[in-house]
Design a binder for this molecule. Structure first.
Ligand code: NAD
Ligand code: DAU
Length: 351
């Protein structure tokens, strides 16, 4: 591949993808289209500023004129679509931007890609489109879609449009669905960077509900390698799941973070649950292992240690984010949540 268009390349996963591609493929040029919402940050790609193989274009993926013109302006070998509103809690406060970006934005991009005869399109989606699991079982690519939050519903709608464009027009699309990512450059509204930042300031860690919800954590670079494999080797019309084979309860993760940070468990606060909170996500990634030769590589404890070290050495990055619009969001999201004093059966301790 000589040239690709990446959307959302100034966000968490997109910026890691852009940096990794430029490093591992010396012949590749990348155009990075990003609207720079609250979650998009040019600082995330500041080290690429003088790289002639990276060009940033500020645009809204839902703006038909800008997107169509950009896709007409030069030939791309692939389009990789990361841009999205990505945070479940924000989608509960206001689903409007999620419908606009994740559904309308995907439709606009698909039309522009078709018009430009793009030979390969990757829709970066999420395991949340499958809904929630009980104690047993795994999400496979054949699990029916059953999204529960406005965020996951908007992602599922985007996926269904991609599926329909493949079936109706033979559009050369691949869909990837990954579990919870962690790593450098993650916006500190998500569990891991939020809890690290709060703990470093000796502020409470707000654990929703009982803390028994389970997520399957994967290092962002393992996800990046998966998207790369899907872009280069994925079969058109197929879905590929990626996961870390690493299920962890939120409360266990919280305790591990505190242990690695050398902070006391007294910082834990059980607060009102997220409405409609999915109980458990767990990914069966055997298809990606078999067909793409991909597998998760990063050991969780080691990856977490490195991630914490990254946040410790990037306190300016975190502080700049936490001093802006984020303050208003934090007050709205957590201000009205009451401490529940959940009693944990396993230890009998009241918190
Ligand atoms: P993020 O919120 O950190 O970044 C999103 C990026 O998209 C930002 O740079 C933002 O400015 C840009 N963007 C938002 N709306 C836009 C618009 N209308 N036009 C152009 N750019 C726009 O998100 P992330 O965590 O990096 O997630 C990236 C993608 O991966 C999303 O599609 C998400 O659904 C998917 N995903 C995320 C995870 C995860 O754990 N974070 C897991 C699986 C899949
Ligand atoms: O599974 C993939 C998805 O993972 C992605 O599609 C989403 O873009 C990404 O945001 C993430 O969604 P989650 O809702 O699982 O991630 P979040 O970090 O918001 O929450 C992780 C778990 O921690 C979840 O069970 C809710 C809980 N939580 C979260 C926050 C922010 C808390 O207990 N307290 C909190 O303050």
């Amino acid at each position: 591949m000589k040239s690709i268009l990446v959307t959302g390349g100034c966000g968490f996963i997109g910026s890691n993808f852009v940096r990794w591609e430029l490093k591992t493929d010396p012949d590749l040029r990348i155009v990075n289209l990003d609207k720079l919402t609250y979650a998009g940050n040019l600082e995330n790609v500041a080290d690429l500023e003088s790289n002639p193989r990276h060009r940033f274009v500020q645009a809204d993926v839902a703006n038909r004129t800008s997107v169509t013109e950009l896709l007409r302006s030069e030939p791309f070998d692939a389009v990789v679509h990361f841009a999205a509103e990505s945070h479940v809690d924000r989608s509960i406060l206001d689903s409007g931007p999620f419908v606009q970006t994740n559904i309308v934005g995907t439709q606009v991009l698909l039309d522009a890609c078709r018009a430009a005869n793009i030979p390969r399109y990757v829709q970066v989606s999420t395991d949340e489109v499958y809904g929630s699991l009980g104690a047993e079982g795994y999400f496979t690519e054949d699990t029916p879609l059953a999204p529960n939050s406005p965020y996951s519903a908007s992602k599922a709608a985007g996926d269904l449009l991609v599926r329909a464009y493949f079936h109706t027009f033979g559009f050369p699309a691949v869909i990837t669905r990954c579990s919870n990512n962690y790593g450098p450059y993650q916006f500190p509204e998500k569990l891991i960077p939020l809890f690290v930042a709060n703990a470093l300031e000796d502020r409470p860690l707000p654990v929703y509900g009982t803390g028994e919800n389970v997520r399957d954590w994967i290092h962002v670079l393992d996800h990046v390698r998966g998207v790369d494999a899907a872009m280069r080797r994925g079969r058109v019309g197929e879905v590929y799941n990626f996961g870390g084979r690493n299920e962890v309860r939120n409360i266990d993760l919280t305790r591990l973070l505190l242990e690695l940070l050398g902070k006391p468990e007294s910082l834990i606060r059980y607060v009102t649950d997220r409405p409609g909170h999915d109980q458990r996500y767990a990914i069966d990634c055997a298809k990606a292992e078999r067909e793409l030769g991909w597998s998760p590589q990063v050991d969780f404890r080691e990856g977490l240690r490195e991630t914490i070290a990254w946040y410790l050495s990037h306190t300016d990055w975190v502080n700049r984010i936490r001093s802006g619009e984020y303050r208003r969001y934090y007050a709205e999201q957590y201000g009205g949540r009451t401490e529940t004093g959940v009693r944990r059966q396993e230890s009998g301790e009241a918190t």
